[in-house]
Design a protein around this ligand. Structure first.
Ligand SMILES: Cc1cc2nc3c(=O)[nH]c(=O)nc-3n(C[C@H](O)[C@H](O)[C@H](O)COP(=O)(O)OP(=O)(O)OC[C@H]3O[C@@H](n4cnc5c(N)ncnc54)[C@H](O)[C@@H]3O)c2cc1C
Length: 426
């Protein structure tokens, strides 16, 4: 296309002839690695981002920002220009406030914050990007105490479609700041840095309980009554495949954590293999869960939903009947601080949910859609914007709930020409 050579950047512009292009063009998910962008702009500065957006305005080229490159729906790749922000990854902490470059990945963020005795409630995937995570919410093991990652966002710098650089926070561009907290990435502009109110890094108790030949139905029935109502200080998520694993963290000492877990095991009526370790600094605990969080390279697909009420027994039976061949159910406990923020206070609309269920299966397995349909019937018909699902027909209300109209107005104000668009964008 049109004269890419005139695009001058502080970073590199990788076109197909460049030896690094083929590696740089691919997002993480193998399902979205076929797309061949016109170019990958390895941005080193805010000016680089602005230059690519100016080029896009002049030429009509599509652009999309990429942080960690993990989007389930492949939204951080394009046949136009990928804005690869990986080089913008500085983390500066002063007085508990962290200014973090939009290209930083979670492992780097946790390590840098740990050095200052701080942390953030955020996810486990080491290479997940802080920007993508935050813009869609950010669910993690500290969330029931401290809320979403986006609930700790205090401000952001954004390059808008018209080239303007907007610093937004509660006082400046408050509608943009509201919209950045939970609507999902890539909708309003390119975020180049984020400012967070961090929390003190806690010492926690880590636990993994494993049932080798479980009654999946009994586990789900007991978990959905217990985990969302457990004290905020314990987050216990349930992963079911052929085995069943209850894993998580408690901001409690080891004896108190064991006592809570014993109550759950009694309700299940089956004893697991138990690994409970108290006194663990939170960054070490996070690192220890990276393997549990990262699928083992197979091409998989997932679908999900939020639930404000327990699953019906017949739904549990349908979901758990055939968990073989790489099929998995991942239950994430919500409640606690997630639900103490009013649904209209930020763009993240899902503030009355008890849990999230993610179903995962090999790409060609028809079980996924059948099982998801069974589960969705019992759900709130709400879906986490960071787990985008291209097959959703009711996606606008599923992602945004009652915040949809305000989000559409913010989109119109900040990106009237829909420079940032993708299937299911606002
Ligand atoms: C292994 C794994 C573990 C995960 N664990 C968790 C978890 O524990 N908790 C949780 O809540 N979620 C989790 N997720 C989901 C994760 O939050 C989303 O996939 C998230 O969108 C990834 O962000 P990213 O920057 O890595 O991805 P990207 O694909 O780079 O970005 C995601 C979206 O945000 C946009 N975007 C990226 N950077 C910017 C920017 N600077 N400005 C504007 N838009 C931008 C992209 O264009 C894209 O639309 C996990 C995902 C994976 C694959």
């Amino acid at each position: 296309m049109q004269d890419l050579a005139r695009l001058r950047l502080d970073g590199d512009l990788l076109t197909p002839a460049h030896p690094d292009y083929d590696t740089a063009r691919r997002p993480v998910d193998p399902a979205h690695q076929e797309t061949r962008p016109l170019a990958v702009a390895r941005c080193r500065s805010t000016a680089d981002v602005a230059a690519v957006l100016a080029y896009a305005r002049d030429t009509g080229a599509r652009t999309t920002p990429r942080g960690g490159g993990h989007c389930f729906a492949g939204r951080s790749t394009t046949d136009g220009i990928v804005l690869d922000l990986a080089a913008l990854d500085t983390v500066a902490v002063a007085d508990g406030t962290a200014k973090i470059g939009a290209g930083a990945r979670l492992a780097h963020v946790y390590t840098a914050l740990h050095a200052r005795g701080r942390t953030l409630p955020a996810g486990c995937g080491a290479t997940v990007g802080i920007a993508g995570l935050t813009l869609g919410g950010g669910i993690g093991l500290l969330g029931r105490v401290h809320g979403l990652t986006s609930d700790r966002l205090a401000g952001a710098r954004v390059v808008l479609a018209d080239g303007r650089i907007a610093d937004c926070d509660a006082d400046r561009e408050p509608d943009l700041f509201w919209a950045l907290r939970g609507a999902g990435g890539g909708q309003f502009g390119v975020v180049v840095s984020l400012v967070f109110d961090t929390v003190p890094e806690p010492v926690a108790t880590r636990f993994v309980l494993r049932w080798r030949r479980p009654s999946h139905a009994d586990l789900v029935a007991a978990w959905q009554e217990w985990a969302p109502d457990a004290p905020d200080e314990i987050t216990a998520d349930l992963a079911l495949g052929e085995d069943a694993v209850l894993f998580g963290a408690a901001l409690l000492d080891e004896p108190a954590t064991r006592e809570l877990l014993q109550g759950f095991c009694d309700a299940v009526g089956a004893a697991p293999e138990t690994d409970v370790q108290g006194g663990m600094p939170f960054h070490r605990l996070k690192r220890s869960f990276e393997d549990l969080d990262t699928p083992g390279g197979a091409i998989q697909r997932s679908r999900s939903a939020f639930f404000a009420h327990p699953l019906q027994p017949s739904t549990i039976a349908a979901l758990t009947a055939s968990l073989t061949g790489g099929r998995r159910l991942n239950f994430t406990a919500m409640g606690g601080a997630y639900n103490r923020v009013p649904a209209a206070a930020t763009a993240f609309a899902h503030r009355g949910e008890r849990f999230m269920l993610q179903l995962v299966a090999p790409t060609a397995d028809p079980w996924l859609d059948e099982a998801w349909a069974a589960a969705y019937g019992d759900s709130s018909k709400r879906v986490y914007p960071n787990f985008p699902d291209p097959l959703l027909t009711d996606w606008a209300t599923a992602y945004h709930g009652r915040n949809l109209d305000r989000l559409r107005a913010v989109k119109h104000a900040y990106d009237p020409d829909r420079c940032f668009s993708f299937p299911q964008s606002l």
